[in-house]
Design a binder for this molecule. Sequence first.
Ligand code: AMP
Length: 311
Amino acid sequence: MSILVVGSVAFDSIETPHGQVERCLGGAATHFALAASFFTQVRVIAVVGEDFSAQHEAVLTARGIDTAGIEHAQGNSFHWRGAYQGNLNEAQTLQTDLNVFASFQPKIPAAYVDSEYLFLANIDPVLQSQVRGQMPKVRMVCGDTMNYWITGHADKLAQVLRGLDTLLINDGEAKLLADQPNLVTAAERILQMGPKTLIIKHGEYGATAFFSERSFAGKLRQRFFRVPALPLAEVVDPTGAGDSFAGGFFGYLSAQPELTLATFQRAMFYGSVMGSFAVERFGTERMQQITRAEIDQRFAFLRELSHLEAD
Ligand code: AMP
C-alpha cells in the first residue's frame, strides 16, 4: 500500500508567541508525508528550487519517504510567511511566494501510477486536478485546501471537490467555502459540493467528521463523529498541525484492509495524535524525532480521555 501526495514542499518563516524562525523546512506535502510515513509508504509529487539542499531532502528520505517525484527547478522554492497573534488556532498569512510552483506541471513517475491512495495536499487546485486526472484508478482520494485558494480560485476548487472521498479543512475555511457562519449548515453545503465525507479541524478543540449518505457505501450509522485534541501545556508552533492530522488519519486508514466507520474513527484518533506532536516545536523538528512507541502512548491516552463507560 502506498499514498501518493501532491502539495507544497516549502520554506516557512513563522512568528508565534514562542519566537520566530526564518525559512525552515515546511509545506503541506512535507508535514503530511512525515506524519503518514509512520503508517505506510509515502511518495511525493512537488517541485523545489535551488535553495532546497540534500540535507532538506534527507529529512524526508530518513523517514523512508520516496522523493523521486520531487522535481528540482531553477529559482526558489515556495515560501510562506505567517504569524499567530493571540489565536494559535488561526494563522495569518503575511506573504505567499509561489516561486517554482507558479509554472509547475506535475508529472507522475511510472513507478507511482500503482499508488492506491491519493492525498491532494494544500496547493493550487489546478495542480490538484492535474494529478487527480492522472490517477483514475485510486481507491480513495482525500484533499485539503485553504483560504488563499477558496477566495481566489473557487471554480478550479469546485472541480477538485467533486472528485474527493474526504475533504479535510479547518472551521474558518469551511465557513468561508460554504459562505455560511454555522458549522453544521456549512458542512451540509460542502457535502453537496462533492466530498462523500468531511472532516472539519478545530485546532486545539479537536476535529469533527460529517458523514453523508454516500459515506461507507451508504451503510451509514451516524452523521457525526468527534475526536478531541490532546491537551498540551505548551504549543510552540501550530504550523503543519492540519497536515500532520491528515497524514496520521490517511496514513493509518490506507494501511487497513477495509474502510469502515470503526477504522475511520481510529484514523481520526491517529490524526489527532500526529497533530499534537507537530505543534510542540517549530517546523518539522518534533516530527523528525518521534517514535512509534510515543505515538501508541498518545493514542492510548486520547482513548482514555474520551471514553465513557456504558451504563
Ligand atoms: P497547516 O497544516 O494548515 O498549518 O499548513 C501549513 C503549511 O501550509 C505550511 O508549511 C505552508 O508552507 C503551507 N502553505 C501555506 N500557504 C499555502 C498555500 N497557499 N498553498 C500551499 N501551501 C501553503
